[in-house]
Design a protein around this ligand. Structure first.
Ligand SMILES: [Zn+2]
Length: 488
């Protein structure tokens, strides 16, 4: 059934060509429950003729008003279970049609005609999810392309750089956006804010509100996608950015219509930041359990949390799970110097015994409880791995966060895929054309060979990855060069 391309979305079967299941053609004869009650007992002969043509066409695979179904240039993925990234129930035996860099159709096979003449992938037994969205990443000067190659390999197709763009990183992001270097779709906060003596080092540390406002104006001129601030004492080792400075930053950002995302630890800071207009948070409350008043505030304000649970536990996780050091994708995503340290059993033993690990375990208990409570309360939970921080390998780290959100954050696998899908995308831009699988969206797809709803760790069973309508050549990149950076 090949012919000239006659327009958009002609694959979709129209309701008119479907007869009722019981074979009664009330809609043809104009019965009592007809959509055309006026045509009652005397059906229009011309209309009957048109419907007969349509039915015949349906049986032969196309419709009367859509005689030409040309799949040339399309890629159809047929037979997979579709998990669309919105949290909607999966669709078995789905058909997804890609034309150019867009999804032209996505739905059940019962509703669509598989086009002929294009590439058709038989994906029976496989599972199709949107390219993963990761809201929390740090890229290192000189290591950007390596990091992005790892993420593409892992199906992470949209990322947010959260405040560590130093050296050549901004120029590399420009190249990535121009399609000069392979990379996920990138949103960035540029360089973030902290206390002048705070952590991480080398960030923006305004001493006065005026200075803070001037820095936000400068970031706005650089067209950053958001403003990032770290509001934390880092286990009581550093001063926190002051409340007046935070409020000035948030206010100035709102004047430029730029959202703010805050790294938080203490409950009191969430209250203060919400007062200042902040709605997006990374990590979560880690100093105590929150009460009903806090939960009600979260619901009223519509707050969103990307907890980075995987990163929070990584300080002992690797030591407790040395088998990870055999995992090719974990090893490949770490800087070699860090991997060397982890490979040394003495270092791993020291990680387990250290005082900071003990403090982190307490904080971890709080934050996992916090995320369970937030999820139950209907807060938005998103995926942000903190890749590039500590022991979080690019690519691997995103999947580790998915796993941890299910195992310890209390999300279902379906909710978790929405947290890395439509929910995360909605935080990046008002009308995202990525993060879910639907007609008109970017053709960013990950085809899995095992069911992520049965076991979220199956998101690592990647059969292939499509970015903007193109199947990627996957592979783990070599580490480019010795390089150092800060660790947050
Ligand atoms: Zn971070």
């Amino acid at each position: 059934m090949i012919g000239p391309h006659t327009g958009f979305n002609h694959w979709v079967r129209r309701p008119v060509i479907r007869a009722p299941d019981d074979g009664r053609a009330d809609w043809v004869t104009g019965g009592a429950d007809s959509r055309h009650p006026g045509s009652g007992r005397h059906p229009d002969p011309f209309r009957l003729f048109a419907i007969a043509i349509a039915l015949a066409a349906a049986l032969s695979g196309c419709t009367a008003d859509q005689p030409a179904i040309d799949g040339t240039g399309t890629i159809t993925i047929a037979g997979a279970t579709l998990i669309d990234g919105t949290g909607a129930p999966p669709i078995e035996d789905a058909v997804v049609i890609v034309r150019g860099d867009r999804i032209e159709h996505a739905g059940s096979r019962a509703d669509v005609l598989v086009p002929e003449g294009g590439e058709v992938i038989d994906a029976a037994g496989k599972f199709l999810i949107p390219g993963l969205v990761d809201l929390h990443n740090h890229y290192r000067d000189g290591l950007e392309e390596w990091s992005w190659a790892l993420q593409l390999h892992a199906g992470v197709l949209t990322v947010r750089s959260l405040g560590s763009d130093h050296g050549q990183t901004p120029a590399k992001i420009d190249e990535a956006r121009a399609g000069i270097v392979p990379a996920p779709r990138i949103f960035t906060a540029g360089v973030g804010f902290t206390h002048p003596e705070g952590f991480p080092p080398g960030k923006l540390g305004p001493a006065t509100e005026e200075e803070a406002r001037a820095m936000v104006r400068e970031l706005a001129a650089q067209e950053v996608d958001l403003i990032k601030m770290w509001v934390d004492t880092f286990l009581d080792t550093r001063p926190k950015i002051g409340p007046e400075i935070r409020a000035a930053i948030a206010d100035q950002a709102s004047r430029h219509d730029i959202p703010v995302s805050a790294h938080v630890f203490f409950e009191e800071d969430v209250w203060q930041l919400v007062d200042a207009g902040v709605r997006f948070f990374v990590h979560g409350v880690r100093d105590q359990e929150v009460d009903d008043e806090f939960v009600a505030m979260v619901q009223e304000k519509g707050l969103s949390f990307a907890p980075a649970l995987g990163q929070a536990k990584t300080f002992w996780w690797v030591a407790e799970h040395p088998e990870l050091l055999e995992d090719e994708e974990f090893r490949a995503g770490l800087q070699p110097a860090l991997l060397e340290r982890l490979l040394d059993p003495e270092n791993r033993a020291a990680m387990l015994k250290s005082e900071s690990t003990a403090k982190r375990r307490v904080a971890y208990d709080y934050v996992t409880k916090f995320i369970r409570r937030m999820n139950e309360a209907g807060a938005t939970i998103t995926v942000g791995s903190d890749s590039g921080a500590g022991n979080i390998a690019y690519g691997w780290g995103t999947h580790h966060e998915l796993e941890t959100l299910v195992e310890e954050g209390g999300l279902t696998p379906l909710e978790t895929l929405a947290a890395a899908g439509a929910a995360a995308a909605a935080e990046l831009t008002e009308e995202p054309d990525f993060g879910s699988i639907a007609e008109g969206m970017a053709a960013d797809l990950v085809l899995l060979s095992a069911d992520p709803l049965a076991d979220i760790r199956n998101t690592r069973q990647i059969d292939r990855v499509m970015q903007a309508g193109v199947w990627l050549e996957r592979g783990l990149p070599e580490f480019p060069q010795p390089a150092a950076g800060d660790n947050q």
